[in-house]
Design a protein around this ligand. Structure first.
Ligand code: S3P
Length: 165
């Protein structure tokens, strides 16, 4: 079984995933990091030079690969749930945990970081709310359990461990 962490940009998936992988002794894969490593380019550069569709294709390939493995903690890019095949493969191969936070919390966490191409045009809280709204149905389709991510990391990790055991 794998554990997939999903949720909007800035909810803290990477930080929670690192802690969770230590606590459970599972291997950690961060899909953005893995894609950057394989492409030898930053996410911003991939969006700029190849476009979002190309990036989504890389995400699909990666989920196909990871879903055939076991005992992984996968920290997923915020848009991975936009593809039904990704949702199906993740649910078939493990638990899919949605990390939730309010637009205000998300804004505080992403405002000083320029590594996310989809927030560059909409750096204000209105842009985050709009995209969150658009994404809500996908997140709801994808998750097997959800946790409140606007709390200290250890509490979030405790909840996830309770949920997957
Ligand atoms: C994206 C989220 C980002 C990254 C890319 C697109 C999205 O990952 O994959 O910028 O569509 O929500 P994080 O959720 O890790 O920031």
């Amino acid at each position: 079984m794998n554990i997939y962490l999903i949720g909007f940009m800035g909810v803290g998936k990477s930080t929670v995933a690192k802690e969770l992988s230590k606590r459970l002794d599972y291997q950690l894969i961060d899909t953005d990091d893995e894609i950057e490593e394989r492409e030898q380019a930053s996410i911003s550069d991939i969006f700029k030079s190849r476009g979002e569709e190309y990036f989504r294709g890389l995400e699909r390939e990666l989920i196909r690969e990871l879903s055939s493995k076991d005992n992984l903690i996968v920290s997923c890019g915020g848009g991975i749930i936009k593809c039904d095949e990704n949702i199906r493969l993740m649910r078939e191969s493990g638990k899919v945990i949605l990390l939730e936070a309010s637009p205000e919390t998300i804004y505080e966490r992403v405002k000083d970081n320029d590594s996310r191409p989809l927030l560059q045009a909409n750096p204000a809280i209105e842009g985050i709310k709009r995209l969150l709204n658009e994404r809500e149905e996908y997140y709801n389709k994808a998750y097997t359990d959800k946790v409140d991510a606007a709390r200290p990391v250890q509490m979030v990790v405790d909840d996830i461990i309770r949920s997957v055991h």
